[in-house]
Design a binder for this molecule. Structure first.
Ligand code: MET
Length: 500
């Protein structure tokens, strides 16, 4: 395409890529994952995963986007016709994620508001407030009534996201990230400085950094490191290819990938320090061990953090900063994930950006309403689990095997990256992508599938599957959704590209 939109500045691209990478995964996923997988010792597999898979894949995705200057399906189709399907599959996965990711941002918006008066204090506990007063949780598979206090902020999130996307790459996404990311960095620094100066912070940090070297012999710890790196760097979501396709012709690729990777990991480390300092404080206030208060994900943000906030000096302000940082980190990732299908639809159907946003974004927004009810949390948890394991990670495996082994494209890509980058790629880059990444991802897939299918036996001696949710619920909203993304991908490849 001749008139392809472009980033205005290199910094603009970098901030947008960092904005995508730095998301909820950094704030609530990394700290607990590191703690559970060897604490201080986890940094070794983590760094190894970053250098052998994270950054090499990021370089590969940046190069593909930059060289072929198209959305993920368009760019892959130029590598080889057969690869287009993987691109649409990744786009479909991103589309699905974009239907529930904004729901979490909507909760965070409400919690910024709740923080002022610590609304949860009138409830038995912060957990009871979240699952009872706020979400009025039903059973898995029972959706009950719509919740206005989720619906309204959700509409606000979509309004912001669609507005930013509507303004285009330079005036929309770039400007938004130029505001969001520096602001996020400042807010987060304030949070971390405050957290580490709290009573008990040191015990929290001790628990986080204490190395369990024996964990390094455990394969699952290495799988966790790779899983964290993939999710956190927004790899295999079609995102980085799309973002790199808007880079001007003369742009350094390899350097940009290193900067994005290290910035993302630095933020992750900072989040680990902040979160564990705060957990140490909570433990000391309640005369508990740090291990008793550790949580990750939704539990950490909406059940444990409110407790921490309540017990802190200037709690309202701290609450607004914490949930505000979730909103900012979430919005910049949400924008990137939505851009994947806006770009894809625009190119495939030869429609204006406005129309692609109206159809793609509009449809995702309507579907996202399905999470704004009493059963929304269970639905979100299930779709997220399956789409990450059998969408992102599996499509990532297909992507790297197709590029390295079927299309045998790595040497060409290396030539392209080297022609524009200061740092030249060596044979290490091809070895990482041809051998290390496929082997680890393949092993990860087998482990995940085994755990999924075998399940666990609960106290009553019954075999249960993911989170103990009913089997038909897991089937309909887990397996079917993950497999539907694959088929949707195939369906989109049937249509021919417009000639231009
Ligand atoms: N990198 C993002 C995160 O860490 C996830 C992909 S974009 C929705 O949250």
């Amino acid at each position: 395409m001749e008139n392809r939109s472009q980033w205005g500045t290199r910094l603009g691209f970098l901030l947008a890529a960092m904005g995508s990478a730095i998301g909820l995964g950094n704030i609530w996923r990394f700290p607990a994952t590191a703690y559970e997988n060897g604490g201080g010792a986890f940094f070794l597999p983590y760094l190894f995963a970053l250098l052998t898979a994270g950054i090499p894949l990021l370089i590969m995705e940046y190069t593909i986007g930059h060289k072929f200057r198209g959305s993920a399906p368009r760019s892959y189709s130029k590598v080889s016709k057969g690869m287009e399907w993987i691109g649409w599959w990744q786009v479909a996965v991103s589309f699905i994620i974009s239907t529930y990711y904004p729901v979490i941002i909507a909760w965070a918006i409400m919690y910024s508001y709740f923080s002022f008066g610590q609304s949860w204090e009138n409830s038995e506990s912060a957990t009871a407030f979240f699952t009872g007063d706020y979400l009025n949780l039903s059973e898995p598979g029972v959706f009950g009534e719509f919740l206005p206090s989720v619906l309204l902020p959700l509409i606000a999130v979509w309004a912001i996201v669609l507005f930013v996307l509507g303004r285009g790459i330079k005036k929309g996404i770039e400007v938004a990230n130029k505001i969001f990311i520096p602001l996020l960095a400042v807010i987060f620094l304030i949070i971390v400085v405050r957290a580490v100066t709290l009573e008990g912070a040191l015990e929290g940090l001790d628990a986080f950094f204490a190395p369990d070297w024996s964990s390094l012999r455990d394969g699952s710890v290495w799988v966790a490191a790779y899983g964290q790196i993939f999710f956190s760097l927004s790899i295999a979501f079609a995102i980085m290819i799309t973002y790199a396709s808007y880079l001007p012709k003369k742009s350094d690729i390899t350097n940009n990938a290193f900067i994005t990777g290290f910035a993302n990991s630095s933020f992750e480390l900072l989040a680990g320090i902040g979160v564990f300092a705060a957990l140490g404080f909570l433990a000391s206030q309640n005369s508990q061990e740090v291990s008793e208060v550790v949580a990750g994900g939704i539990g950490l943000a909406f059940m444990v953090f409110p407790e921490i906030i309540s017990q802190m000096p200037l709690s309202g302000l701290f609450g607004v900063l914490f949930f505000g940082s979730l909103v900012l980190a979430g919005l910049s990732s949400m924008i990137s994930i939505s851009e994947t299908y806006i770009a894809g639809v625009q190119e495939k159907f030869n429609v204006s950006r406005g129309k692609a946003i109206a159809f793609g974004g509009g449809l995702a927004a309507v579907i996202s309403l399905a999470f704004a009810n009493q059963g929304g949390l269970f639905l979100l948890d299930t779709v997220d689990h399956f789409i990450n394991s059998y969408g992102v990670a599996l499509a990532g495996l297909f992507e790297v095997v197709a590029i390295a082994w079927f299309a045998k494209e790595l040497k060409n890509l290396q030539k392209h990256a080297d022609s524009v980058s200061d740092i030249k790629l060596g044979v290490w880059w091809r070895v990482c992508l041809s051998f290390i990444t496929p082997v680890v991802l393949g092993y990860m897939m087998i482990q995940n599938l085994r755990a999924e299918i075998i399940g666990t036996v609960n106290d009553e001696g019954t075999r249960v599957f993911y989170e103990g949710y009913p089997i038909d619920f897991l089937f309909n909203f887990g397996w079917v959704v993950a497999i539907a993304a694959m088929f949707a991908g195939a369906l989109f490849t049937l249509k021919k590209w417009p000639k231009n």
